[in-house]
Design a protein around this ligand. Structure first.
Ligand code: HGA
Length: 607
């Protein structure tokens, strides 16, 4: 959330800053802004709303300058207006910020008492004034930043520009990601390697508390105690091409269609196909000794975690807790000694999940993470890193990262079960076999796209929608409802099918479509009974099942979506496709902004 980019360049930077923001826009799109130094003055352009508004502003009033910073915002403090858009500036200092300055109120009061005036409602502006005050008192930029960083509480990353130093950029990171990129005679700052992808692949990841002074003579990184430190330069491999839309109308559509390939790619690294075994990276601890697993995540990743809980308990017979990351620390969970805590996050930077990870680490838990960015903070803080190989996910509504998470979690469950002696080699082979069938089954599910598109208008006109499922289809029902909420703005709820009769069934009338996930298998009959209870009360049902299930239960439904017949283990991977496509087509039918839905942003780096 909130994207930052900075360039200390040899040539003019403003076009490249805007292009960099395009690669970061998925992180926030409430407003955007840019600042360079022109004729010894800090010059800004800022615009409310999408980046195109800023680009238009720059066309009308271009900004020269060879050093600059830019920002795309997801507002936390202050409305998404032009005045609240970053960069925030005084005459001396301009800066962009990702995160929250938790103690901004007393700092703001202190600065106002000294006669300073504020022009925004953001927490960020206090930092500009604090640094400026130090500079105005005669400090060097470096000393000014070192002094101010010690006064800030919260999680943030910053890129700072100084009026009197057109050859300098300073960056800082505490809790929100920031990378340094090294080019030919140029140096960059960015929220992630992707933002810098066409500029350079040579990247240093700043560690927690690090800050960096970039000048034309070189780059010096300091740690939180202001000691000069070296951080390795890695070749990122991030490719700007990976974030093109190709022939697709939206990133979300592209990412839905990529799933068979990226799931296969991911599974490949967790399966030894010749031996028909699951294989995890080398470990410093043994699952055999883990008495309990605590799974923590947010949003779609939380639902992947819920599916994993079903699998881990079923295969490995290990007790599993599941927590929403933003609640985890605050409910003071009791964590068993020797336990493993498993964190799931697409970005690996989700602030709530990262804070939960650190809490679990402090409680002596072994830390396992499933992330899509192997260089992320969570990846770097894990005892066991389980990467997904989904490639960059740009659509704000998670799709391919989710199914890749499920693939990794299935392999993990099988491995834990094997190490705990709860799974025979034959059973393991069986699981591997089913997992390897998943990509083809997902392709077969995608073949029903046109049918789903045709029935989407039925859902598009609804104000409320219910999703029902049982077993692992229950988290999938929750995920289906979340997808609808996120991109089509339809109020949707997911329920365990058997729970309907305990309350939610009162919601049923003929205006509320009920989408039932019921692959044929051991739970089919029970789910269908719950579906019939809904139909008996005039509910309008859409049934998603395989040919066998539809043949038995489609009578009286308003629509059906056919899925290939699959083993229950891989059903979540396959049934993810119709719920994603349905949300997608409903959103397109309603004309909402599929890739950048209102109020949301990807990679939630604030608590
Ligand atoms: N607090 C700042 C930055 C917000 C942010 O990083 N969001 O992810 C603001 O509201 O502008």
């Amino acid at each position: 959330m909130c994207g930052i980019i900075g360039i200390l360049g040899r040539e003019e930077v403003s076009d490249r800053l805007v292009q960099g923001l395009r690669r970061l826009e998925y992180r926030g799109y409430d407003s955007a802004g840019l600042c360079t130094i022109v004729d010894g003055k800090l010059e800004r352009r800022r615009a409310e709303g999408k980046l195109d508004n800023l680009a238009r502003e720059l066309d009308a009033s271009p900004l020269p300058g060879t050093v600059g910073i830019a920002h795309t915002r997801w507002a936390t403090h202050g409305a998404p207006t032009r005045d609240n858009a970053h960069p925030h500036a005084t005459d001396e200092v301009a800066l962009v910020h990702n995160g929250i300055i938790e103690n901004f109120r007393p700092l703001r009061e202190e600065l106002i008492a000294e006669g300073r005036t504020f022009t925004s409602q953001t927490d960020t502006e206090v930092v500009a004034h604090l640094v400026s005050r130090e500079v105005e008192r005669g400090s060097s930029p470096k000393d000014a930043v070192a002094a101010v960083l010690k006064r800030l509480h919260g999680a943030f990353s910053l890129a700072i520009l100084f009026r009197q130093h057109s050859d300098m950029l300073i960056g800082a990171r505490l809790g929100s990601p920031l990378v340094v990129g090294y080019g030919e005679g140029e140096t960059y700052l960015g929220s992630d390697a992707l933002a810098l992808a066409p500029l350079t692949q040579k990247i240093s990841y700043l560690e927690e508390g690090d800050w960096v002074v970039i000048t034309r003579d070189g780059t010096q990184i300091y740690d939180r105690d202001d000691n000069p430190v070296e951080r390795p330069i890695t070749i990122s491999g991030a490719s700007a091409a990976a974030i093109e839309k190709g022939n697709h109308r939206h990133y979300m559509q592209k990412e839905i269609y990529e799933q068979p390939i990226v799931v296969a790619q991911t599974l490949q690294t967790y399966i030894r196909s010749f031996e028909q075994q699951v294989a995890l990276p080398d470990m410093t601890f043994s699952f055999a000794d883990v008495p309990r697993i605590t799974i923590v995540a947010c949003g779609t990743s939380f639902y992947a975690g819920m599916v994993a809980k079903y699998w881990l308990e079923q295969f490995a017979r290990v007790p599993c807790e599941l927590d929403i990351a933003s609640e985890f620390r605050y409910r003071e969970p009791v964590l068993e000694a020797g336990g493993m805590a498993l964190f799931i996050s697409q970005s690996g930077e989700t602030a709530d999940t990262l804070a939960a990870l650190r809490h679990a680490r402090a409680q002596g838990q072994k830390i396992a993470v499933v992330v899509n960015v192997p260089t992320s903070s969570m990846a770097r803080e894990a005892d066991l890193l389980l990467p997904t190989h989904a490639g960059p996910e740009i659509g704000v509504a998670s799709t391919k990262a989710f199914t890749c998470q499920l693939s990794v979690l299935a392999a993990l469950a099988a491995k834990v079960a094997r190490d705990k002696g709860k799974l025979t080699a034959d059973e393991e082979q069986d699981i591997v076999l089913h997992l390897t069938e998943a990509p083809a089954a997902m392709n077969a599910a995608l073949a029903h796209d046109a049918d789903i598109e045709k029935m989407a208008p039925l859902i598009a006109k609804a104000r409320d929608v219910l999703y029902l499922g049982r077993g692992t289809d229950y988290p999938m029902a929750l995920e289906g409802a979340l997808k609808l909420k996120e991109i089509s703005y339809i109020h949707a709820e997911g329920y365990a099918a058997g729970e309907m009769k305990h309350g939610p069934i009162a919601l049923i009338d003929d205006n509320v479509p009920v989408i039932v996930l019921a692959p044929s298998g051991p739970l089919f009959e029970k789910t269908v009974s719950n579906m019939q209870e809904v139909q008996a009360r005039g509910g309008k049902v859409v049934l998603i099942s395989d040919a066998e299930g539809l043949a038995q239960a489609s009578e009286g439904t308003i629509a059906t979506i056919e899925m290939p017949k699959v083993h229950p283990l891989i059903a979540p991977l396959v049934y993810a496709i119709p719920i994603q496509l349905l949300a997608y087509h409903v959103a397109v039918a309603k004309g909402t902004d599929v890739d950048q839905p209102r109020n949301l942003a990807k990679s939630v780096t604030v608590e």
